[in-house]
Design a protein around this ligand. Structure first.
Ligand SMILES: Cc1cc2nc3c(=O)[nH]c(=O)nc-3n(C[C@H](O)[C@H](O)[C@H](O)COP(=O)(O)O)c2cc1C
Length: 378
């Protein structure tokens, strides 16, 4: 298998599927419930058709300005917890891509690599994602660490008041407390490259939160994390967070237009439209539909970013015409890293950037910033 032969993100996903054990694949690829939200993200994106314009001779500019910074590409890597489960070193491979290409990486609170190590590897191209803790001291310290690591953009995720109903994990016995059975052992044994690499690197944990729990083993730490996420978060908490963070603040996981307005009202600098990649509420709308509704609610000047189902440059253009200033992918990059480590992560960025450029030329649009609803078929 060679990631260079992958012609699209779907090819990287196929390679990743073969390369990692079923439980790790299910963790990455799966959604919640019957996975309606997951499917809808793709179906509704594909339903957006574009109006190609010809004889324009464009040489498109794909860069995007967000929060006063010009990014070479209008996309980044969404926060992914426990990413090194897919392949040891996946988080750092993606952070290194951020450094090499300027595509920002958002470090999850529950990443399997520390904020400090990922931010250093990303060299100024890292953001931080906060799961708001019940304990104010943890929130304060995480924000301090992010700031000291040079991070200036924070996304607070609000769509996890509790864990989603992840049925693939239950079927694969990838649940806590972790009790590996025969099937699990066979699963690992039949993926020797992954098993060896993971054995060498050690099983992935939650190093960002480990300092706050003292001496515990992995299981207790996972239990601690679930119990620490604040399940009764309010807009007042978001207002409080606004006071605590001097950088830019996005509220991630919004779908209702009313909530987008409330987030901005609470002092957020922007809204991150997402249904968590179909991993929380199965009946959630497709992110692309919520994006259009939120853009209509907040108007043209508000910063609106989105994720959910983005697998190509065409998808990014679809998101742009429906109102996104910037887009993120979660699985796309981790499919790449799982398929081929650093080379796979690089291939994912390369494929997405090339497809974005190709799409802009095919529709005759001079730049990401010029893209608007005029390119929507109807
Ligand atoms: C394996 C996995 C772990 C995730 N972990 C987090 C997380 O720790 N924090 C968070 O805000 N979102 C998390 N997400 C959601 C992503 O940030 C993003 O919203 C989603 O993956 C976008 O959909 P896509 O994968 O179709 O691009 C996770 C998604 C996946 C697939």
């Amino acid at each position: 298998m060679c990631v260079e032969r992958a012609s699209c993100i779907g090819d990287l996903a196929k390679q990743a599927h073969r390369r990692v054990p079923a439980f790790a694949w299910g963790f990455l690829d799966g959604g919640s419930g019957d996975e309606g939200g997951l499917r809808r993200n793709r179906e509704r994106l594909e339903a957006v058709t574009l109006k190609p314009r010809f004889c324009t001779g464009v040489q498109p500019d794909t860069s995007a300005v967000l929060f006063g910074h010009r990014y070479a590409q209008p996309f980044g890597t969404a926060p992914v917890g426990m990413g090194n489960l897919l392949w040891p070193g996946a988080d750092l491979a993606i952070a290194a891509q951020a450094r090499a290409t300027g595509v920002p990486v958002v470090i999850s609170t529950v990443a399997s690599t520390t904020i400090e190590a990922m931010a250093a590897a990303a060299a100024g191209n890292a953001w931080f994602q906060l799961y708001y803790s019940r304990r104010p001291d943890i929130n304060r310290d995480l924000l301090r660490r992010a700031w000291e690591a040079g991070i200036r953009v924070l996304a607070v995720t609000v769509d996890v008041p509790l864990a989603g109903d992840r049925r693939r994990d239950v079927r694969n016995r990838f649940v806590l407390p972790f009790r590996p059975g025969v099937r699990f052992v066979l699963d690992v044994a039949t993926h020797p490259a992954w098993a060896l690499a993971t054995l060498r690197a050690g099983s992935p944990g939650f190093p960002n939160l480990a300092p706050y729990v003292g001496e515990v083993d992995g299981q207790t730490l996972a239990g601690f994390i679930t119990s620490q996420i604040k399940d009764d978060l309010t807009w007042d908490d978001i207002r409080g967070l606004r006071q605590m963070w001097q950088g830019k603040l996005l509220v991630k996981g919004l779908l209702a237009p009313e909530d987008a307005a409330r987030a901005l009202d609470a002092g957020a600098d922007g809204v991150w439209v997402s249904n968590h990649g179909g991993r929380q509420l199965d009946a959630a709308p497709a992110a692309i539909d919520a994006l259009a509704a939120i853009r209509a609610e907040v108007g043209g000047d508000a910063v609106v970013v989105m994720d959910g189902g983005i697998r190509s440059g065409e998808d990014m253009v679809r998101a742009r015409v429906m109102g996104a200033d910037f887009v993120f992918g979660g699985r796309a990059f981790y499919y790449g890293a799982a398929a081929g480590g650093a080379a796979g992560a690089a291939r994912a960025v390369e494929l997405l950037a090339a497809d974005l450029r190709r799409t802009l030329i095919q529709i005759g649009c001079p730049s990401w910033s010029a893209l608007d609803r005029g390119w929507l078929w109807r």
